[in-house]
Design a protein around this ligand. Structure first.
Ligand code: ACM
Length: 689
């Protein structure tokens, strides 16, 4: 075994020496369509300057200002350096052929070419939008080198694969303040996302000021809503970053908050209160009363004026029909109009609403429930229940967006979102014309379990992987490369003020009740919140909008980097091709986990927030011990006794069960070590989902 191990080490050593000579590709995310690294570096010091030649528009000048601001943040330079120059002799020369539309349109050209040499850099693009995308690429290239900050010489030609690359944020379940929205717009721009889909109303809150119907926000929001000035400010902020803002007002379901002020819109008698729980609820608009459409006509007219984007999202998801079934007048209407079921009634409603949306100059967009052949082909379908509706819509002549597989509230690893391609499955079988109707996709941040404190950590960095799926060529799929670049981009997003990393330690300090969070961090770093909708299903009591989001499940990252890297090391070790040092690392982690419980247990009794993770800490300790013992067997070249193996596997089984709505993510790797020590190979089961 020792000789074998030595041989393995030598092999690994040669592999790594070989790789050192290959130039590592720059850490760009999304990866550009084409890039050619050259030799040399362009230094970025306080004399760095930008010149704009070619077409000029205010939006371009502002984009350059924003770029310089971010470059100063990233390099720690003061605001008096790094300037725009009038003369075309500058470190970075920008040339844009033409300006952009007054209101950003779907499909506007976002391509750019970036050429960097030691003497200077040149960014050329057909439009200001392309310049914005290229400037973000430039920022991602900035590195710390021995000679100072620098960007590597490179030649990049880039354009997006899909024209619609979005992030949806739900501001209803939990109100998301303007500053949080803005920093997330900065994050979106950094990874070249171009649509902010704003879910503005739901059962739990109506979040926009209406001047026509002020009881919407006065009675339906707990005072937590955006004024129209704030909305305009966010739209302007997004525009400066090349991002469209698409509002969603969910109807006819998901609409309780409307009915608090306007109960006559509903299909049941009321009165109504703002919903405090999560789930699907009965209240729905009454599609049979003309007054409903008069109201919506005025309301949509007002919102169509406030939100300049071409698209208007009417939701349309999850109508359970209970209020319709229970209302004799509605039943009589359905009978009189030949509407056989609730689906027919909703289709009737959608047709009426579509005419209103269209009358106010907008194109209707809705969740996949609205897909019915009786709507005009201009509408767009957002697929959330599965990818098939996207292909079905495309076949029937409708444009569509993929969100199924991009729900970041489900706490999936980035790799799983990354593998989800809008053109896979049934979409791969479509004709090119049908495929051209697939516009792209959107990550969705549903907000039942997010607060301003932790929402960034649910969106980032995983959404950057989704952004890459939607921008980069389809064959960009390498997971190692993705994770490396994701980590780098995650750290870079810190400069933009995103708090996905920085909020972690303060949340742990609150949980621990002390500033000494070393041990809490060791545990927290290997935990992930339970997946999919398990959090709802395993809640001791139903969560509501009044439930504090201050527990370990709210602080723990959706994807544990520690557990992912540990799994890689264990896999390599068990397969016999670990690099030198891997075994020592694995042992050191196992030892730290084994001993962590001793450090942590003293605090369990003094913090109620910490106490609930005590079983996880005990399991972590037990897994550390088991893993070390398994490594001993492996090192000695002995086969672990069958009884010992089954005892340890029982322990792993127990440690895999969710506790406090958290999963201990190293359990599957420990299982692999134990099985390997017992002479079982390839028998490890899948990680917990
Ligand atoms: C949805 O998740 N109900 C669109």
């Amino acid at each position: 075994v020792r000789i074998l191990f030595l041989a393995m080490m030598l092999c690994a050593l040669f592999t790594s020496l070989g790789e050192a000579q290959v130039q590592t590709p720059p850490s760009l995310m999304p990866l550009p369509a084409k890039m050619q690294p050259e030799s040399g570096l362009l230094l970025i010091d306080s004399s760095f300057s930008v010149a704009v030649t070619g077409n000029h528009e205010a939006r371009l000048d502002r984009a350059v200002e924003i770029f310089l601001g971010q470059l100063r943040l990233q390099t720690g330079m003061p605001p008096v350096v790094m300037k725009v120059k009038d003369s075309p002799i500058a470190a970075l020369v920008i040339q844009s052929a033409s300006g952009t539309k007054t209101v950003q349109e779907l499909g506007e050209d976002e391509s750019y070419q970036l050429d960097i040499a030691g003497r200077g850099a040149r960014l050329t693009a057909p439009t200001t939008l392309g310049v914005m995308r290229g400037l973000q690429t430039f920022l991602q290239l900035v590195q710390t080198t021995a000679g100072g900050f620098a960007v590597p010489a490179i030649s990049i030609e880039d354009s997006p694969r899909f024209p619609w690359r979005g992030l949806m944020i739900d501001s209803s379940r939990h109100f998301i303040p303007v500053d949080v929205i803005k920093r997330n717009l900065d994050g979106m721009a950094a990874v070249k996302l171009n649509v902010f889909h704003w879910h503005l109303s739901d059962n739990q809150g109506f979040r926009v000021e209406s001047k026509k119907f002020p009881k919407l926000q006065e009675m339906g929001s707990d005072g937590l809503y955006y004024t129209q000035d704030q909305i305009r400010d966010v739209i302007a902020y997004a525009r400066e970053r090349g991002i469209r803002v698409v509002p969603e007002f969910d109807m006819p379901g998901h609409s309780t908050a409307w009915f608090v002020g306007y109960p006559e819109l509903a299909s049941g008698p009321g009165p109504y209160e703002i919903e405090r729980q999560w789930g699907v609820f009965d209240p729905a608009m009454d599609p049979t009363r003309e007054e409903t459409y008069k109201f919506l006509d005025k309301f949509i007219a007002e919102m169509a004026g406030l939100f300049p984007d071409q698209f208007f999202h009417i939701g349309g998801d999850e109508v359970n029909g209970k209020q319709w079934d229970a209302n004799p007048k509605i039943q009589a209407f359905m009978h009189g109009h030949g509407l056989k079921n609730d689906g027919d009634l909703q289709a009737y409603f959608n047709q009426r609403v579509q005419k209103i949306v269209s009358k106010h100059g907008k194109t209707m967009l809705g969740w996949d429930e609205i897909l019915r052949p009786d709507l005009p082909n201009s509408i767009v379908i957002q697929s959330w229940r599965g990818p098939d509706s996207l292909a079905q819509a495309a076949k029937q002549g409708y444009r569509g967006l993929l969100s199924s597989g991009y729900y970041v509230d489900l706490m999936w690893p980035a790799a799983r979102h990354y593998a989800n391609d809008p053109m896979s499955g049934a979409a791969a079988q479509l004709t090119p014309e049908e495929q051209s109707r697939i516009l792209g996709g959107e990550a969705c941040m549903w907000a039942e379990y997010v607060s301003p404190e932790n929402v960034d950590s649910r969106i980032w960095p995983r959404t950057a992987a989704i952004a890459e799926r939607l921008w980069s060529p389809q064959d960009v799929r390498d997971l190692n490369s993705m994770y490396q670049r994701l980590e780098a981009e995650s750290r870079r997003l810190d400069w933009l003020g995103l708090t996905h990393n920085s909020s972690y330690a303060p949340m742990l300090r609150r949980i621990a009740g002390t500033d000494d969070i070393a041990a809490v961090k060791v545990l927290g770093n290997v935990l992930e919140p339970v997946k999919d909708y398990t959090r709802e299903e395993t809640a001791p009591a139903p969560a509501t909008s009044a439930t504090p989001l201050n527990r370990m499940v709210d602080a723990a990252r959706p994807e544990s980097a520690t557990a992912r890297l540990f799994a890689e090391s264990v896999d390599a070790f068990v397969a016999g091709h670990a690099r030198p040092g891997t075994e020592a690392q694995v042992r050191s982690l196992l030892g730290a986990w084994r001993d962590n419980q001793v450090d942590l247990q003293a605090r369990f009794e003094s913090s109620m927030l910490l106490k609930e993770v005590a079983p996880l800490s005990q399991n972590l300790s037990a897994l550390g011990t088991a893993g070390l013992a398994a490594m001993e067997y492996l090192d000695r070249g002995e086969t672990a006794p069958v009884a010992w193996v089954s005892e340890q596997l029982a322990l792993v089984e127990q440690a895999r069960k969710p506790q406090a709505q958290l999963l201990l993510m190293i359990a599957p790797s420990i299982e692999k070590l134990i099985r390997a020590s017992g002479g079982q190979t390839g028998a490890a089961s899948l990680p917990p989902k």
